[in-house]
Design a binder for this molecule. Sequence first.
Ligand code: CA
Length: 250
Amino acid sequence: MNAIGTVESEAGADNARRGKMTGERILIIEDEKSLIDVLTYNLTNEGYEVLSASDGMDGLHQARAHNPKLIILDLMLPVIDGLEVCRQLRGDSRTKDIPVMMLTAKGEEVDEIIGFRMGADDYVTKPFKLKPLIQRIKALLRRTKTLEPNTEVVSMHGIEVDRLNHRAAAGEQQLDLTPTEFNLLWTLVRKPGRPFKRTDLMDACRGEDALSLERTIDVHIRSLRQKLGPHADLVETVRGVGYRFRDSGR
Ligand code: CA
């Protein structure tokens, strides 16, 4: 049940003909050869340099050796599965900041979430359409490009958060945030577009008030939105998941 039978992306083919290269390297770790072929063809047309590995061990090796800008990672892989690959990527200083797009089969919802919690930045369920996948890849690259690793100041949509000095501002207006609100905003704004589960947001706030229960996150979020005033809708509700800061592309 290969999702991708047809080759699309006219614009991509045009870009390739004009020799317009992004120069960004993408690593595909996937054991289905036909899928590697179709992804390689289309991402190359989009101007990316594409590497591929057909098992988790080789994938980890290539990630460490070639420092790709993004990794497309299949969940079900021979030798080392996708979750373990993701865990090892996140545990290695050479690869921990590389964004990971997880590919999962239908019916693996639970694993999807685990993959998400294990440090994947986004995921797509097979069978998937090529165009939306490429858009998601571009969005992920855009959003990871907007912040330097280990940065202490993040600015997005007019909201500026300075973790070092514990200051936040909306435009010219300084925000008077509680420690929990500050940590919530800092967590969300650093990964625009990425949804966070309430339990993950709780983890982010732990230490400030350890008694936070999951639902109290809603209260903190409501208060944070009030203080953000006209910028309140930048903190978006993701139904059934939690919250996210608006994607940098919109
Ligand atoms: Ca597979």
